[in-house]
Design a protein around this ligand. Sequence first.
Ligand code: CU
Length: 284
Amino acid sequence: MKRMNIRLPFLLTLAVLLLILVACAPPVLETPTPAAMPAPEIPTINVEITADGINVPAEVPSGIVAFTLQNSGPEGSFDIARLNEGVTTDQLNEALASGDDLAALALVSLNGGASGNVDNKVIYDLAPGSYVAVSFPNAGPPIVVQPFTSGEDSGAAAPTADITVQLVDFQFALPNEIKAGQNVWQIENKGGQWHEMGILKLNEGSTVDDLIAWIESQSSDTPSGPPPFEDVAFWSPMAVGNTAWVTWDIPAGEYTVICFLPDLVGDGSPHFAHGMVRTLTVTE
Ligand SMILES: [Cu+2]
C-alpha cells in the first residue's frame, strides 16, 4: 500500500506533464500530396502558316501540349515530327530537297496532324527533343520545315477521350458505332509501323471497291475523274508509339475509315490492301 501511495501521484503528475507537452507542441504542417494538387492546364502553342513560312515558338513544353493552327498561307496540311537522335534540320532539308521522301522519312518520327478538326487544335504527348513543324501545301510551293525544341514537361493531364482508336497492323480498333457531334478522339499507334486514318463519306451509290479502284487509278496512266467520296476528317501519318487527341464533329451517317500508307516493312502495298479499311456508323 505504501508503495502505491508514492507512485500514484508521481504517475498522475507525469501524465499531466505529457498532456501539457502535447498541447503546446507546434501543429504538424501537412504537406499536400501531389495527387491533391490540380494538374496545370494544357499549354497551347499557336502556330501560324503564312505565305513566308511557319511561325512556331523556338521552345515548347514536352508532355501534354496543344497546338492550334492559323493558316493564312497556301492550303495544305500541318504536322509535327521529332528528329531522330543525332539528326539535324539541315540533313532533313537536304533529304527533302533531293526528292527522296523515304530518305527524309527515315530521319524523323512522325507525330501526325489533323484536318477537319474543331478549332484547328491538336493535343500531342511530346517526348523531349528536337522537332520540326512541317507544312505540306496541297499544290505549288514546296514543303516548309521549321525547327523547335520540346523541353520541360508541361505536367498537364491528358484530355478525357470520348472515342479511342488504336492503329494496329492492319486494322482500326474502334467501336462500330459512335454518337454524332463533338467528340474528343484519342488516337494511338499501337502497331509496328506508321499509320494514318482517313474518315471518308462515299458518294451515293459508291462502294469501297469504287474507292480503291479510284485510288489505284491515280497512279496509273489513266487517272479517273473526281473521287467517289468526300473527305470528312483525316489523321495524317503517325509513327509507332505516339498518342494524340483531336476533336471532330462528325454528323450521323455511314463512313469509311481507311489507311492509304504503303507497307514499308513488308511488300510495299497500301495498308488498306492488308485489311486496314472498315465502316463506321455515326448515330444521332
Ligand atoms: Cu496503316
